[in-house]
Design a protein around this ligand. Structure first.
Ligand code: 5GP
Length: 138
């Protein structure tokens, strides 16, 4: 995997506004925030998408994310927020290194806007799909 802009931030080759760091996780402010406090949390492991991440990095991210959410809430004073993680260009991933966004939602016009084209679940197809997923997950 070629080095991404986040790889360069992790190596210190380009600057960022650092928010948090531990052995496996690094967090910094987004350079084009959707709202004040928009923060990016990345594993130090250079995986492209979430499904490619090791259990160790996943566990470390899971531990760090709520802690960083609490800090963002405390510092911005904004209690509502979205956590977003895009995988693949078609799903709006612009940087090919796993990253979670924490995006405060201070008002309807700020923060993340979400399109949600929901349709009712077909329960017969849903039962088959869930059975296949359970079998795959073991
Ligand atoms: P994605 O669409 O891949 O989920 O989001 C990538 C995010 O990375 C965007 O919100 C963008 O503003 C942010 N970003 C891109 N380049 C840089 C950079 O050089 N520094 C920082 N801090 N954020 C960046």
């Amino acid at each position: 995997m070629s080095e991404t802009i986040f790889g360069k931030i992790l190596s210190g080759a380009i600057p960022c506004h650092k928010v948090y760091e531990d052995e496996r996780v690094f967090a910094f402010l987004d350079i084009n925030p959707l709202s004040a406090g928009h923060t990016l949390i990345v594993p130090k492991e250079p995986a492209r998408t979430l499904d490619a991440l090791s259990d160790e990095s996943a566990a470390a991210l899971g531990r760090a994310l709520p802690r960083i959410c609490r800090a963002v809430i405390e510092v911005t004073g904004v209690k509502e927020y979205n956590v977003l993680e895009n995988n693949g260009a078609g799903a709006h991933q612009a940087v090919d290194h796993v990253h979670f966004h924490i995006i405060p939602k201070p008002s309807p016009g700020e923060g993340l806007g979400v399109g949600w084209p929901a349709r009712a679940l077909d329960h017969k197809a849903g039962a088959e799909l869930a059975a296949k997923l359970r079998a795959t997950l073991g």
